[in-house]
Design a protein around this ligand. Structure first.
Ligand code: BG6
Length: 529
């Protein structure tokens, strides 16, 4: 097992105030024990990327692999074969990758803001291009020649309609067959199905060609450091778990707010919407990390069992507990924004939601009676993904003239992006001769403490796949559990039910989302607070 979930503790925090790593330090995403022992390199492997000429590969996968080179985690026998149908050759592809890489490193916050030529050349000379159609057996014969008998990871960075055909062709071409000491793995990107039935059908299809242990279903949220940190925070510290329950927690808010609109993805988004795009996958991952029971170990299956269990305990969604919205024209940071219906490839009378809020209840011993409020949307006030744990109020106020309801609520916010860290909000006595309470915040900031350069979030995921650690990937039942939660809404909306509430671009969502919480005497944390 690798990285944060391995919970290999450094003693960095013993001496509070001393930063464990300095900018530009080699092996920045290894912990110190690993740095001392030397990195655990992945076994030799060919990474075959279907969609190797595409956006995802250029913007995220190649920079992630480059970072793995820098961390010394790749074996000499590592290589990349990019498969795509564009009429280019290996030299042109390497050139394209290099241009994107230079842009990527230019955005670094850390000192080393230039491409490391040695690392880049190590990687670049291992990249080759294979031109071919994903549905043509000839492509797979050529691929077989490139791969030989060694380990292979087949990464499907392609539109979802190609997932099943590619896997079928890989099997037909004998490329999925594993032999003693040699692996064949397939990484499947999102969207994994469009509803519960199609997700089940895709699982069946993949499982007819592959073993479950060969399938790595990606949810890129699990590549985010702060998402992985939720488990570390909960299960490696003594003081959180004892209060992590219905006796102490009033409710939990999960927010994934974006300022971007649908950009050029109107056609995709029209048939997807905010619910399918974000909730069964990303939001359910966040929810299960926060709400799951402690696994018996950090083995992939132990963690994934607990995630499925907590999702299975969610009450069936009631229509009154879900709000959907769509952005109209408005402005964000002084810039005018068009409404969703004016976006390219979007119907002028579209009823697709760009915002969704819901209240979920979890039917288990730990969480009975604790609402989980969720909201996600596009073209909102600000970009922010966070989980806010609202603790119950102190039972009574010791301080004269401070009614309980005036005490600062105790909130612990797990900030996932754009800033990454943990904030605690509580009451403290204000300085001065009279006793007055004020709200204060204590903050742990990832960037300040660890001084990391930018990562894409895919480093851990790719490395884990190379070494065969599936903890951060979804099993078939995890995917289906996520879809089961939202399926009642998918059904209701496809039948035309469900009011659509409009909100101007640049707001925190429609009023109906506020009413969802007001009904329970609560309110959302401010988005731009
Ligand atoms: C993707 C969705 O899975 O996640 C996008 O399809 C969304 O619509 C994106 O913008 C959000 O990811 P992140 O990492 O920017 O929060």
């Amino acid at each position: 097992m690798t990285g944060p979930l391995a919970l290999e503790i450094t003693d960095a925090a013993d001496d509070v105030g001393v930063r464990p790593r300095q900018p530009g330090e080699a092996g920045s995403f290894l912990d110190e024990d690993e740095a001392e022992q030397g990195p655990r390199r992945s076994p030799p492997c060919t990474l075959v990327i279907f969609g190797g000429g595409g956006d995802l590969t250029r913007r995220l996968l190649v920079p992630a692999v480059y970072n793995l080179v820098g961390a010394g985690l790749l074996d000499e026998g590592f290589k990349v074969v990019a498969v795509d149908w564009a009429d280019i050759d290996t030299a042109a592809l390497r050139q394209q990758f290099e241009e994107t890489m230079r842009l990527f490193v230019a955005q670094r916050r850390a000192a080393a803001a230039e491409l490391n030529e040695e690392n880049w050349s190590w990687l670049s000379q291992r990249v080759s291009y294979l031109r071919g159609s994903f549905e043509d057996p000839e492509t797979y014969r050529n691929l077989s020649a490139c791969c030989g008998e060694g380990n292979c990871v087949f990464y499907l960075a392609v539109a979802a309609r190609f997932f099943a055909p590619i896997v079928g062709q890989l099997e037909a071409g004998g490329l999925t067959r594993e032999t003693e000491g040699q692996y064949r793995r397939v990484v499947v990107e999102k969207p994994f199905g469009n509803d519960l039935a199609s997700a089940r059908a895709l699982n069946e299809k993949l499982l007819s060609s592959l073993q479950e242990s060969q399938i790595y279903r990606i949810d890129h949220y699990l590549g985010k450091e702060t998402v992985q940190n939720i488990l570390a925070l909960r299960f490696s510290n003594g003081f959180f778990e004892p209060v992590w329950n219905r006796q102490n927690i009033d409710h939990i808010q999960i927010t994934a707010a974006e300022t971007v609109g649908v950009e050029k993805r109107g056609r995709f988004y029209e048939t997807t919407g905010a619910l399918r795009d974000m909730v069964p996958n990303h939001i359910m991952q966040l929810l299960s990390m926060v709400a799951m029971e402690a696994p018996i170990s950090f083995d992939a299956d132990a963690v994934r069992d607990e995630k499925s269990k907590v999702l299975a305990a969610i009450h069936r969604l009631a229509p009154e507990d879900i709000v959907r919205g769509q952005y109209e024209g408005g402005s964000i940071a002084g810039r005018a924004m068009a409404g969703y219906r004016q976006e390219p490839d979007v119907a002028i009378d579209s009823r697709t939601e760009t915002f969704v809020a819901m209240k979920l209840m979890i039917d288990n011993w730990r969480w009975a009676g604790v609402p989980f409020y969720i909201r996600t949307g596009k073209r909102l006030t600000t970009r922010k993904t966070e989980i806010a744990i609202h603790f119950k109020q102190a039972p009574y106020a010791l301080f004269r003239e401070t009614p309980v309801e005036k005490l600062t609520p105790n909130i612990m916010v797990l900030q996932i992006q754009p800033s990454e860290g943990v904030t605690m909000q509580f009451s403290a006595k204000m300085p001065g001769p009279t006793v007055k309470l004020g709200g204060v915040r204590m903050k742990f900031d990832y960037a300040d403490w660890f001084q990391e350069g930018p990562s894409t979030g895919y480093e851990t995921l790719i490395y884990d796949c190379l070494i065969g650690d599936a903890t951060l990937f979804q099993r078939a039942d995890n995917i289906e559990a996520g879809w089961s939660v939202v399926q009642p809404a998918v059904d209701a909306w496809s039948g035309g039910d469900g009011e659509l509430h409009f909100y101007p671009a640049g707001r925190a969502g429609p009023d109906a989302a506020d009413e969802l919480l007001a009904r329970d005497g609560r309110h959302w944390l401010r988005l731009n607070g």
